[in-house]
Design a protein around this ligand. Structure first.
Ligand code: CP
Length: 308
């Protein structure tokens, strides 16, 4: 299986075939987590650098585990403990990392386009692990992998994404990937958290209320309010937000009886989702995290040049 790209920067420009190939490759890596010895030699001798300018629990850890399960050397760098705090620029930092000959750099940065800038500047492959509110492609791909374990990924499927769409790179990457596969996406947010551009995207339906968005859907994806990207709260109060937009058992009953509930994490329990729903057998939230390792193994494997 070949992925003919140097970098993975977003899902917006991926073809349906590329998405399906990535998912097929991830599927083949799933069983490694079940082995007593969770290691294969596929990327032995390769070096993966995780360069994170923003906090992360799931993405950074799963990229590190993925690299190590492929026998690559994985190095973690966070901006707060690097010379970034002494004023080193992004490009100077990556020039210095490039000088140590890594094969793949996984980067998360608060600025839109940071991963693209780095990818155009260095020889190593670059994976975008989140750039501002723009894209988080591996999250969307692991979400698709999770959906595919419960539903057929084809037109007719309906996915509701509810929450702070404006600041969500997860929402954008999911919207591009899902609509490329012909899947309908319903988006719902307070008007202050819903960009106008959503109305123009083919395959996206803008809903005014969560009730409208949830009616008869197969998949419910909840998003947290990204207070760290808001200058001021874009809703009168968190309590009102939870009452009007939060997913509880009563609202979930509007979706199909076998609808699954997803959340990219981190969750704010009692705000966008109740604990009753998050911990129910309808929730696949921790499966998303498990699938993230296999999906990221596939991405590193295909970019690492071992995929042919
Ligand atoms: N979903 C996600 O990106 O989580 P982290 O911020 O913990 O990596």
């Amino acid at each position: 299986m070949v992925f003919k790209r140097k970098d993975l920067l977003g899902t917006r420009d991926l073809t349906a075939d590329e998405i399906r190939n990535l998912l097929a490759s991830a599927n083949s890596f799933l069983e490694i987590a079940e082995r007593p010895l969770k290691k294969v030699p596929a990327l032995r001798g390769k070096t993966v650098v995780n360069l994170f300018y923003e906090p992360s629990t799931r993405t950074r850890t799963s990229f590190e585990i993925a690299a190590k399960r492929l026998s690559a050397d994985a190095i973690n760098m966070s901006a707060s403990t690097s010379s970034v705090v002494k004023g080193e620029s992004l490009l100077d930092t990556v020039d210095n990392i490039q000088a140590m000959a890594p094969d793949i750099i996984v980067v998360r940065h608060r600025h839109v386009g940071a991963a693209h800038l780095i990818a155009g500047h260095i020889r190593a492959s670059v994976v975008n692990a989140g750039d501002g509110a723009n894209e988080h492609p591996t999250q969307a791909l692991l979400d698709l992998l999770t959906i595919s374990q419960h539903k057929s990924l084809e037109s007719g499927l309906k996915v509701a994404i509810i929450g702070d769409i404006a600041h969500s790179r997860v929402a954008r990457s999911n919207i591009w990937a899902l609509t490329t596969l012909g899947i309908t996406v319903r988006v719902c947010a307070p008007p202050t958290m819903l960009p106008r551009e959503m109305e123009k995207i083919a395959g996206v339906e803008v809903c005014r209320t969560p009730e409208e968005a949830l009616e008869g859907v197969d998949v419910v994806m909840m998003l947290r309010i990204q207070l760290e990207r808001q200058d001021k709260l874009l809703f009168p109060s968190i309590r009102d937000y939870a009452r009007i937009f939060g997913l509880n058992r009563q609202r979930l009953a509007l979706a199909k009886a076998d609808a699954i509930v997803m959340h990219p994490g981190p969750m704010n329990r009692g705000v966008e989702i109740t604990s009753e729903v998050a911990d129910s057998d309808r929730a696949v939230i921790l499966n998303q995290v498990s699938n993230g390792v296999a999906l990221r193994m596939a991405v590193l494997f295909l970019l690492g040049g071992q995929g042919s």
